[in-house]
Design a protein around this ligand. Structure first.
Ligand code: 2AM
Length: 385
């Protein structure tokens, strides 16, 4: 009898679950940060600033509940988590409260911050994304919709400055350390110094110093997939709307860095993409914006890299072009002018100050695939200098 009752209760519970599931207007399983175990683990380790958009009735509160259940240590800066009495406050008060919570989250260095972007204005998004960037958080802009809608049906799509893989703080630190070691080793190498120095302009009285020369360093280490210029770059709409981008947005990826290179203009890390990562690489052939014919001649994704530093007056976009230049010489069977084993691996020089070291031990970096959104902060990064 007891067993029968227990079975009956269990069946009722299961039925209840099924009923409520099928009745739910929302389906969040397409978000990798809810369904992909590796992403959930990575988001917990990363510093991520989620900006939640959605019209009234689009299920933002259900989203928040699920989010907080998945990431119990996150802080949700949203009206849904405010006491009911506070929900009808004027916008000014509401924003002040949300902003106070955000500041608290940043002060407490919370790993995950979820912000309800209630008004969805471009200005507010810029403010939030800028705040996240200043505090070294990866931004993910997510839209809550009912099962029957697509995000584009309800809200205007936001196209970032660029899409790419953003390194977690720990991986970024490791890459920065690697770049520093690399430059230090080269500085001590006489063959390098003799070949490299005549290719650079050095106006200081001090002795030439690579660390001094490559002073411009990006604040956000990333591997760009598609440069969009906020919707102005060719092909960015179709890239942003593509299924592969939608499915992989805010998903974790481990990238493999196989080489470090330096030229008179840039310092970069070569990234070799696996087959799934290549799906996110834009398919268009040579197009505007520095993608020259060298890219079309090499296998898809050859340009993938992380910019580590630039010489004065050089924009970050140059790093990919410098890498393509070296890869093209390698492909054409060009014999290196110099070649030697160094601590990190085999170092080759292709003349005109172009040096690359193939790492004996490739470096794995943890990343999240997302976009770079703040407009106002651009002047502080490499691209505008
Ligand atoms: P990077 O990927 O070599 O670092 C913002 O400017 C980011 O987008 C930069 O980090 C930059 O280079 C990349 N970027 C800028 N302009 C670009 C362009 N025209 N084509 C491709 N990538 C570009």
């Amino acid at each position: 009898m007891r067993i029968a009752i227990r079975r009956l209760v269990r069946n009722l519970v299961t039925m209840g679950q099924k009923a409520s599931k099928s009745k739910s207007n929302y389906d969040y399983d397409h978000f990798p940060f809810f369904s992909d175990t590796d992403t959930i683990q990575t988001v917990k380790e990363a510093h991520t600033f989620f900006i939640l958009r959605g019209l009234p009735g689009s299920g933002k509160s259900t989203f928040c509940t699920k989010f907080l259940a998945t990431y119990p240590s996150s802080i949700a800066c949203t009206v849904e988590t405010a006491p009911v009495a506070e929900r009808d406050e004027s916008d000014g008060d509401w924003f002040a409260k949300v902003d106070e919570k955000i500041q608290q989250g940043l002060k407490d260095v919370k790993n995950i911050i979820l912000v309800d972007d209630k008004h969805r204005s471009a200005q507010r998004l810029d403010y939030l994304a800028g705040l996240a960037k200043d505090n070294d958080y990866v931004v993910a802009v997510v839209t809550s919709v009912t099962k029957w809608e697509k995000p584009a049906d309800s809200l205007e799509r936001i196209i970032p400055y660029y899409f790419g893989w953003f390194l977690l703080r720990k991986s970024a630190q490791e890459m920065r350390r690697n770049a520093e070691d690399f430059l230090n080793l080269l500085t001590c190498n006489e063959v390098f110094s003799e070949e490299f120095k005549p290719n650079v302009e050095w106006h200081s009285e001090e002795e030439f110093n690579l660390q001094e020369y490559f002073q411009k360093k990006p604040s956000t280490l990333h591997c760009t997939t598609k440069f969009c210029n906020f919707g102005e770059a060719p092909g960015c709409e179709s890239y942003a709307c593509s299924e592969v981008v939608e499915q992989n947005y805010a998903k974790a990826f481990t990238l493999e860095v196989t080489a470090l290179f330096v030229t008179p203009r840039t310092v970069g890390a070569r990234v070799v993409l696996d087959k799934n990562q290549k799906l996110l690489w834009p398919r268009e052939e040579a197009s505007e914006g520095g993608r020259d014919s060298a890219e079309a001649e090499l296998p898809l994704g050859s340009r993938s890299h992380i910019t580590l530093a630039c010489a004065p007056g050089i924009k970050a976009v140059q790093t990919g072009l410098d890498l393509l230049d070296i890869l093209k010489l390698e492909k054409e069977g060009e014999k290196p002018e110099h070649q030697m084993e160094m601590e990190k691996g085999l170092l080759s020089c292709y003349g005109l100050g172009r040096w690359i070291v193939e790492l004996t031990k490739p470096v794995e970096v943890k990343t999240l695939f997302s976009g770079f959104y703040p407009r106002k902060k651009l002047t502080t990064d490499l691209e505008n200098n």
